[in-house]
Write a protein that binds this ligand. Structure first.
Ligand code: CS2
Ligand code: MG
Length: 403
Protein backbone atom coordinates (compact mmCIF):
# COMPACT_ATOMS: atom_id res chain seq x y z
CA UNK A 1 0.00 0.00 0.00
CA UNK A 2 1.27 3.50 -0.81
CA UNK A 3 0.04 7.07 -0.42
CA UNK A 4 -1.17 7.89 -3.92
CA UNK A 5 -2.46 11.44 -3.37
CA UNK A 6 -2.64 14.13 -0.71
CA UNK A 7 -4.58 17.37 -0.57
CA UNK A 8 -5.43 20.21 1.78
CA UNK A 9 -9.07 21.34 2.01
CA UNK A 10 -9.75 24.82 3.40
CA UNK A 11 -13.34 25.57 4.30
CA UNK A 12 -15.15 28.18 6.37
CA UNK A 13 -18.59 26.95 7.57
CA UNK A 14 -18.85 29.83 10.02
CA UNK A 15 -15.13 29.70 10.88
CA UNK A 16 -12.01 28.49 9.04
CA UNK A 17 -10.90 24.86 9.11
CA UNK A 18 -7.96 23.22 7.34
CA UNK A 19 -8.20 19.49 6.65
CA UNK A 20 -5.57 17.16 5.21
CA UNK A 21 -6.79 14.18 3.16
CA UNK A 22 -4.48 11.30 2.25
CA UNK A 23 -5.58 8.67 -0.28
CA UNK A 24 -3.92 5.29 -0.81
CA UNK A 25 -3.59 3.19 -3.97
CA UNK A 26 -6.01 0.69 -2.37
CA UNK A 27 -8.83 3.22 -2.16
CA UNK A 28 -8.62 3.83 1.60
CA UNK A 29 -8.32 7.49 2.69
CA UNK A 30 -7.70 9.21 5.99
CA UNK A 31 -8.10 12.80 7.21
CA UNK A 32 -6.41 14.98 9.82
CA UNK A 33 -7.14 18.43 11.28
CA UNK A 34 -4.57 21.06 10.26
CA UNK A 35 -6.37 24.11 11.67
CA UNK A 36 -4.31 26.72 13.51
CA UNK A 37 -6.65 29.55 14.48
CA UNK A 38 -5.62 32.84 12.87
CA UNK A 39 -2.60 31.25 11.16
CA UNK A 40 -4.39 28.74 8.93
CA UNK A 41 -2.63 29.55 5.64
CA UNK A 42 0.82 29.09 7.19
CA UNK A 43 -0.02 25.44 7.83
CA UNK A 44 -1.52 25.10 4.34
CA UNK A 45 1.73 26.38 2.82
CA UNK A 46 3.87 24.16 5.06
CA UNK A 47 1.90 21.10 4.05
CA UNK A 48 1.57 21.85 0.33
CA UNK A 49 5.13 23.09 -0.23
CA UNK A 50 7.19 20.85 2.03
CA UNK A 51 5.29 17.82 3.30
CA UNK A 52 2.78 16.51 0.76
CA UNK A 53 5.24 16.02 -2.16
CA UNK A 54 7.43 13.91 0.16
CA UNK A 55 4.51 11.70 1.24
CA UNK A 56 3.55 10.48 -2.22
CA UNK A 57 4.71 6.89 -2.65
CA UNK A 58 5.36 6.28 1.06
CA UNK A 59 3.81 3.31 2.92
CA UNK A 60 1.02 4.87 5.04
CA UNK A 61 1.29 2.08 7.59
CA UNK A 62 4.76 3.23 8.65
CA UNK A 63 3.30 5.91 10.94
CA UNK A 64 6.24 6.21 13.32
CA UNK A 65 8.83 6.35 10.55
CA UNK A 66 6.87 9.06 8.73
CA UNK A 67 6.50 10.99 12.02
CA UNK A 68 10.29 10.84 12.58
CA UNK A 69 10.89 11.77 8.94
CA UNK A 70 8.71 14.89 9.29
CA UNK A 71 10.00 15.86 12.75
CA UNK A 72 13.74 15.16 12.55
CA UNK A 73 13.82 15.75 8.81
CA UNK A 74 12.43 19.28 9.19
CA UNK A 75 15.68 20.38 10.85
CA UNK A 76 13.73 23.38 12.19
CA UNK A 77 11.96 21.39 14.85
CA UNK A 78 8.84 22.13 16.94
CA UNK A 79 6.60 25.20 16.84
CA UNK A 80 2.82 25.45 16.28
CA UNK A 81 2.92 25.49 12.46
CA UNK A 82 5.30 22.56 12.04
CA UNK A 83 3.64 20.42 14.72
CA UNK A 84 0.12 21.16 13.45
CA UNK A 85 1.18 20.06 9.97
CA UNK A 86 2.79 16.91 11.35
CA UNK A 87 -0.30 16.29 13.51
CA UNK A 88 -2.60 16.37 10.49
CA UNK A 89 -0.48 13.78 8.66
CA UNK A 90 -0.24 11.60 11.77
CA UNK A 91 -3.97 11.56 12.52
CA UNK A 92 -4.77 10.85 8.85
CA UNK A 93 -2.34 7.90 8.93
CA UNK A 94 -3.88 6.50 12.14
CA UNK A 95 -7.30 6.89 10.50
CA UNK A 96 -6.07 4.85 7.50
CA UNK A 97 -4.42 2.18 9.67
CA UNK A 98 -7.59 1.69 11.74
CA UNK A 99 -9.66 1.43 8.55
CA UNK A 100 -7.24 -1.15 7.14
CA UNK A 101 -7.55 -3.08 10.42
CA UNK A 102 -11.34 -2.71 10.25
CA UNK A 103 -11.60 -1.34 13.79
CA UNK A 104 -12.43 1.92 15.59
CA UNK A 105 -9.26 3.85 16.40
CA UNK A 106 -9.54 3.30 20.17
CA UNK A 107 -9.21 -0.46 19.61
CA UNK A 108 -5.98 0.04 17.68
CA UNK A 109 -4.60 2.23 20.51
CA UNK A 110 -5.26 -0.43 23.13
CA UNK A 111 -8.98 -0.71 23.67
CA UNK A 112 -11.37 1.14 25.96
CA UNK A 113 -10.32 2.19 29.46
CA UNK A 114 -13.81 3.70 30.07
CA UNK A 115 -17.28 3.33 28.63
CA UNK A 116 -17.72 7.04 27.95
CA UNK A 117 -15.73 10.29 27.89
CA UNK A 118 -16.65 13.09 30.31
CA UNK A 119 -16.64 16.54 28.69
CA UNK A 120 -16.99 20.09 29.93
CA UNK A 121 -18.92 22.81 28.16
CA UNK A 122 -18.74 26.60 28.33
CA UNK A 123 -21.09 28.95 30.17
CA UNK A 124 -20.42 32.63 29.60
CA UNK A 125 -22.22 35.85 30.43
CA UNK A 126 -21.66 39.57 30.47
CA UNK A 127 -22.50 39.57 34.19
CA UNK A 128 -22.91 37.02 36.98
CA UNK A 129 -26.68 36.61 36.58
CA UNK A 130 -26.38 35.84 32.85
CA UNK A 131 -23.56 33.41 33.67
CA UNK A 132 -25.83 31.60 36.13
CA UNK A 133 -28.50 31.32 33.41
CA UNK A 134 -25.99 29.76 31.02
CA UNK A 135 -24.68 27.36 33.68
CA UNK A 136 -28.29 26.30 34.30
CA UNK A 137 -28.77 25.57 30.58
CA UNK A 138 -25.64 23.39 30.51
CA UNK A 139 -26.72 21.49 33.62
CA UNK A 140 -30.13 20.91 32.04
CA UNK A 141 -28.35 19.50 28.95
CA UNK A 142 -26.68 17.00 31.27
CA UNK A 143 -23.14 18.35 31.51
CA UNK A 144 -21.39 17.33 34.74
CA UNK A 145 -18.64 19.93 34.22
CA UNK A 146 -18.94 23.55 33.13
CA UNK A 147 -16.34 26.21 32.40
CA UNK A 148 -17.56 29.61 33.57
CA UNK A 149 -16.30 32.89 32.07
CA UNK A 150 -17.82 36.25 32.97
CA UNK A 151 -17.63 39.84 31.80
CA UNK A 152 -15.59 42.07 34.09
CA UNK A 153 -17.24 45.25 35.46
CA UNK A 154 -15.46 48.23 33.92
CA UNK A 155 -14.10 46.32 30.90
CA UNK A 156 -15.83 46.51 27.50
CA UNK A 157 -14.83 42.96 26.54
CA UNK A 158 -12.87 40.08 28.01
CA UNK A 159 -11.73 36.60 27.03
CA UNK A 160 -14.24 33.84 26.69
CA UNK A 161 -17.49 35.79 26.83
CA UNK A 162 -19.79 35.38 23.82
CA UNK A 163 -21.14 38.64 22.42
CA UNK A 164 -24.63 37.09 22.41
CA UNK A 165 -25.41 34.87 25.42
CA UNK A 166 -25.67 31.24 24.42
CA UNK A 167 -24.02 31.81 21.05
CA UNK A 168 -20.70 30.08 20.31
CA UNK A 169 -17.71 32.19 21.36
CA UNK A 170 -15.50 32.81 18.32
CA UNK A 171 -12.47 34.95 19.14
CA UNK A 172 -10.95 35.13 15.61
CA UNK A 173 -13.40 37.77 14.47
CA UNK A 174 -11.57 40.23 12.21
CA UNK A 175 -9.08 40.35 9.31
CA UNK A 176 -6.64 42.25 11.48
CA UNK A 177 -6.50 41.67 15.23
CA UNK A 178 -9.15 43.48 17.26
CA UNK A 179 -7.69 45.33 20.23
CA UNK A 180 -9.12 44.54 23.67
CA UNK A 181 -8.39 46.34 26.96
CA UNK A 182 -7.56 44.34 30.08
CA UNK A 183 -7.31 45.12 33.78
CA UNK A 184 -5.86 42.43 36.02
CA UNK A 185 -7.01 44.32 39.11
CA UNK A 186 -10.63 44.50 37.96
CA UNK A 187 -10.49 40.82 36.96
CA UNK A 188 -8.98 39.60 40.25
CA UNK A 189 -11.48 41.62 42.27
CA UNK A 190 -14.41 40.06 40.39
CA UNK A 191 -13.74 36.36 39.78
CA UNK A 192 -14.10 35.07 43.38
CA UNK A 193 -17.63 36.56 43.56
CA UNK A 194 -18.51 34.75 40.32
CA UNK A 195 -17.66 31.35 41.76
CA UNK A 196 -19.25 32.16 45.13
CA UNK A 197 -22.48 32.83 43.22
CA UNK A 198 -22.21 29.66 41.11
CA UNK A 199 -21.56 27.46 44.13
CA UNK A 200 -24.45 29.12 46.04
CA UNK A 201 -26.83 28.47 43.14
CA UNK A 202 -25.66 25.00 42.02
CA UNK A 203 -24.08 23.43 45.12
CA UNK A 204 -20.83 21.52 45.45
CA UNK A 205 -21.15 18.62 43.01
CA UNK A 206 -21.02 20.47 39.70
CA UNK A 207 -17.45 20.42 38.36
CA UNK A 208 -16.38 24.01 37.68
CA UNK A 209 -13.51 25.18 35.48
CA UNK A 210 -12.13 28.59 34.61
CA UNK A 211 -9.67 29.83 31.97
CA UNK A 212 -7.44 32.77 32.92
CA UNK A 213 -6.02 32.73 29.39
CA UNK A 214 -2.37 33.53 30.20
CA UNK A 215 -3.10 36.90 31.83
CA UNK A 216 -1.62 36.82 35.31
CA UNK A 217 1.82 36.88 36.89
CA UNK A 218 2.70 33.96 39.17
CA UNK A 219 1.96 35.85 42.40
CA UNK A 220 -1.37 37.10 40.99
CA UNK A 221 -2.21 33.51 40.00
CA UNK A 222 -1.28 32.40 43.53
CA UNK A 223 -3.67 35.00 44.94
CA UNK A 224 -6.52 33.93 42.65
CA UNK A 225 -5.90 30.22 43.26
CA UNK A 226 -6.01 30.79 47.01
CA UNK A 227 -9.11 33.05 46.93
CA UNK A 228 -11.15 30.51 44.94
CA UNK A 229 -10.12 27.46 47.01
CA UNK A 230 -13.45 27.55 48.94
CA UNK A 231 -15.19 26.90 45.57
CA UNK A 232 -12.95 23.87 44.81
CA UNK A 233 -12.63 24.25 41.04
CA UNK A 234 -11.88 21.21 38.89
CA UNK A 235 -9.13 23.35 37.36
CA UNK A 236 -7.79 26.87 36.83
CA UNK A 237 -6.45 27.03 33.27
CA UNK A 238 -3.56 28.94 31.71
CA UNK A 239 -3.20 31.23 34.74
CA UNK A 240 0.30 32.28 33.61
CA UNK A 241 2.12 32.06 30.25
CA UNK A 242 4.19 28.88 30.63
CA UNK A 243 7.36 29.50 28.64
CA UNK A 244 9.10 29.74 32.03
CA UNK A 245 7.88 26.43 33.41
CA UNK A 246 9.66 26.98 36.77
CA UNK A 247 7.44 30.02 37.45
CA UNK A 248 4.63 27.62 38.33
CA UNK A 249 6.56 26.62 41.45
CA UNK A 250 5.55 29.91 43.06
CA UNK A 251 1.87 29.31 42.28
CA UNK A 252 2.04 25.75 43.54
CA UNK A 253 3.49 26.91 46.88
CA UNK A 254 0.41 29.02 47.59
CA UNK A 255 -2.64 27.15 46.42
CA UNK A 256 -4.25 23.73 46.12
CA UNK A 257 -6.49 24.82 43.26
CA UNK A 258 -5.73 22.31 40.46
CA UNK A 259 -3.89 23.79 37.47
CA UNK A 260 -4.30 23.02 33.76
CA UNK A 261 -2.03 24.26 30.98
CA UNK A 262 -0.88 23.43 27.52
CA UNK A 263 -3.33 24.21 24.72
CA UNK A 264 -0.57 26.28 23.07
CA UNK A 265 2.08 23.59 23.61
CA UNK A 266 3.26 21.39 20.76
CA UNK A 267 6.05 19.32 22.30
CA UNK A 268 6.92 17.42 25.48
CA UNK A 269 9.76 19.92 25.83
CA UNK A 270 7.15 22.64 26.42
CA UNK A 271 5.90 20.88 29.56
CA UNK A 272 8.59 18.43 30.70
CA UNK A 273 9.44 20.40 33.85
CA UNK A 274 5.81 21.27 34.62
CA UNK A 275 4.94 17.58 34.58
CA UNK A 276 8.03 16.13 36.25
CA UNK A 277 7.88 18.60 39.15
CA UNK A 278 4.11 18.09 39.37
CA UNK A 279 3.52 21.82 38.95
CA UNK A 280 0.30 21.10 37.04
CA UNK A 281 -2.55 18.61 37.30
CA UNK A 282 -3.81 18.50 33.69
CA UNK A 283 -2.00 18.72 30.36
CA UNK A 284 -4.08 20.16 27.51
CA UNK A 285 -1.86 19.83 24.42
CA UNK A 286 -4.34 18.63 21.77
CA UNK A 287 -3.76 16.07 19.02
CA UNK A 288 -4.09 18.73 16.30
CA UNK A 289 -1.35 21.06 17.61
CA UNK A 290 1.07 18.72 19.40
CA UNK A 291 2.17 16.42 16.61
CA UNK A 292 -0.79 14.05 16.52
CA UNK A 293 -1.48 10.73 18.24
CA UNK A 294 2.10 9.51 17.91
CA UNK A 295 3.47 12.50 19.85
CA UNK A 296 0.66 13.19 22.31
CA UNK A 297 0.76 9.52 23.33
CA UNK A 298 4.34 10.10 24.48
CA UNK A 299 3.35 13.25 26.40
CA UNK A 300 0.38 11.51 28.06
CA UNK A 301 2.42 8.47 29.07
CA UNK A 302 5.10 10.72 30.59
CA UNK A 303 2.39 12.69 32.41
CA UNK A 304 0.94 9.49 33.89
CA UNK A 305 4.21 8.82 35.77
CA UNK A 306 3.70 12.13 37.67
CA UNK A 307 -0.06 11.85 38.35
CA UNK A 308 -0.88 14.39 35.64
CA UNK A 309 -4.03 13.71 33.62
CA UNK A 310 -5.11 14.75 30.14
CA UNK A 311 -7.61 17.57 29.58
CA UNK A 312 -7.47 18.16 25.84
CA UNK A 313 -8.24 21.51 24.31
CA UNK A 314 -11.47 21.27 22.34
CA UNK A 315 -12.54 24.76 21.30
CA UNK A 316 -14.55 25.31 18.12
CA UNK A 317 -11.34 26.21 16.26
CA UNK A 318 -10.30 22.56 16.55
CA UNK A 319 -12.33 20.80 13.89
CA UNK A 320 -14.66 17.82 14.34
CA UNK A 321 -11.80 15.74 12.89
CA UNK A 322 -9.68 16.63 15.93
CA UNK A 323 -12.64 16.05 18.26
CA UNK A 324 -13.34 12.64 16.76
CA UNK A 325 -9.74 11.47 17.03
CA UNK A 326 -9.48 12.94 20.55
CA UNK A 327 -12.53 10.99 21.74
CA UNK A 328 -10.91 7.73 20.61
CA UNK A 329 -7.69 8.72 22.42
CA UNK A 330 -9.71 9.78 25.48
CA UNK A 331 -11.48 6.40 25.48
CA UNK A 332 -8.17 4.56 25.62
CA UNK A 333 -5.73 6.67 27.68
CA UNK A 334 -5.52 5.44 31.29
CA UNK A 335 -4.74 8.90 32.76
CA UNK A 336 -7.72 10.62 31.19
CA UNK A 337 -8.96 13.73 33.01
CA UNK A 338 -11.61 15.49 30.96
CA UNK A 339 -12.28 16.65 27.38
CA UNK A 340 -13.26 20.18 26.37
CA UNK A 341 -16.39 20.38 24.23
CA UNK A 342 -17.52 23.56 22.52
CA UNK A 343 -20.35 22.51 20.16
CA UNK A 344 -19.57 23.25 16.51
CA UNK A 345 -22.17 25.01 14.38
CA UNK A 346 -24.73 22.94 12.51
CA UNK A 347 -23.16 23.93 9.20
CA UNK A 348 -19.77 22.72 10.49
CA UNK A 349 -21.29 19.40 11.53
CA UNK A 350 -22.78 19.03 8.05
CA UNK A 351 -19.36 19.58 6.45
CA UNK A 352 -17.79 17.05 8.87
CA UNK A 353 -20.18 14.11 9.34
CA UNK A 354 -19.07 12.09 12.37
CA UNK A 355 -19.83 9.00 14.44
CA UNK A 356 -19.25 10.50 17.89
CA UNK A 357 -22.33 11.03 20.04
CA UNK A 358 -23.19 13.19 23.07
CA UNK A 359 -25.35 11.94 25.91
CA UNK A 360 -25.81 13.29 29.42
CA UNK A 361 -22.48 15.07 29.74
CA UNK A 362 -20.44 12.35 28.07
CA UNK A 363 -19.35 11.40 24.56
CA UNK A 364 -18.79 8.03 22.92
CA UNK A 365 -16.45 7.95 19.91
CA UNK A 366 -18.47 5.60 17.69
CA UNK A 367 -17.67 2.10 16.44
CA UNK A 368 -16.94 2.67 12.75
CA UNK A 369 -13.41 1.85 11.50
CA UNK A 370 -11.03 4.79 11.85
CA UNK A 371 -11.68 7.93 13.90
CA UNK A 372 -15.20 8.15 12.53
CA UNK A 373 -15.09 11.62 11.00
CA UNK A 374 -15.28 12.46 7.30
CA UNK A 375 -15.39 15.62 5.20
CA UNK A 376 -18.08 16.40 2.66
CA UNK A 377 -15.80 17.99 0.05
CA UNK A 378 -18.64 19.23 -2.14
CA UNK A 379 -20.24 21.05 0.80
CA UNK A 380 -16.85 22.25 2.08
CA UNK A 381 -16.24 23.94 -1.27
CA UNK A 382 -19.29 26.13 -0.70
CA UNK A 383 -17.58 27.89 2.23
CA UNK A 384 -14.52 29.79 0.98
CA UNK A 385 -11.68 30.77 3.29
CA UNK A 386 -12.41 33.95 5.22
CA UNK A 387 -9.21 35.47 6.69
CA UNK A 388 -9.64 36.16 10.41
CA UNK A 389 -7.21 36.70 13.26
CA UNK A 390 -7.30 36.46 17.04
CA UNK A 391 -7.43 39.70 19.06
CA UNK A 392 -4.56 41.36 20.85
CA UNK A 393 -4.80 42.67 24.40
CA UNK A 394 -3.57 45.88 25.97
CA UNK A 395 -3.50 46.99 29.59
CA UNK A 396 -5.39 50.19 30.37
CA UNK A 397 -2.15 52.18 30.00
CA UNK A 398 -1.67 50.77 26.49
CA UNK A 399 0.93 48.13 27.34
CA UNK A 400 0.63 45.16 24.97
CA UNK A 401 -0.41 42.20 27.10
CA UNK A 402 -1.33 38.52 26.71
CA UNK A 403 -4.63 37.91 24.98
C1 CS2 B 1 -9.57 28.66 24.95
C2 CS2 B 1 -9.67 28.69 23.46
O1 CS2 B 1 -10.96 26.77 24.82
C3 CS2 B 1 -10.08 27.33 25.47
O2 CS2 B 1 -9.59 26.89 26.52
O3 CS2 B 1 -8.31 28.94 25.46
O4 CS2 B 1 -10.95 29.13 23.15
C4 CS2 B 1 -8.67 29.58 22.75
O5 CS2 B 1 -8.91 30.93 23.12
C5 CS2 B 1 -8.85 29.43 21.26
O6 CS2 B 1 -8.73 28.07 20.96
C6 CS2 B 1 -7.84 30.24 20.50
O7 CS2 B 1 -7.99 30.02 19.13
MG1 MG C 1 -7.89 27.84 27.19
Amino acid sequence: MIIRSAKVIVTCPGRNFVTLKLETDEGISGIGDATLNGREMSVVAYLEEYILPALIGKDPQRIEDIWQYLYRGAYWRRGPVTMTAIAAVDVALWDIKAKVAGMPLYQLLGGKSREKVMVYSHATGLDIDSCLNEVRKKVELGYKAVRVQCGIPGLAATYGVAKVPGQPYEPADSRLPAEHVWSTEKYLNHVPSLFAAVRKEFGDDLLLLHDVHHRLTPIQAARLGKEIEPYHLFWLEDCVPAENQASFELIRRHTTTPLAVGEVFNSLHDCHELIQKQLIDYIRAPLSHAGGITNVRRIADFAAIFHVKTGFHGATDLSPVCMGAALHFDSWIPNFGIQEHMPHSEETDRVFPHAYKFSGGFFTPGEVPGHGVDINEELAAKYPYNPAQLPVNRLEDGTLWNW
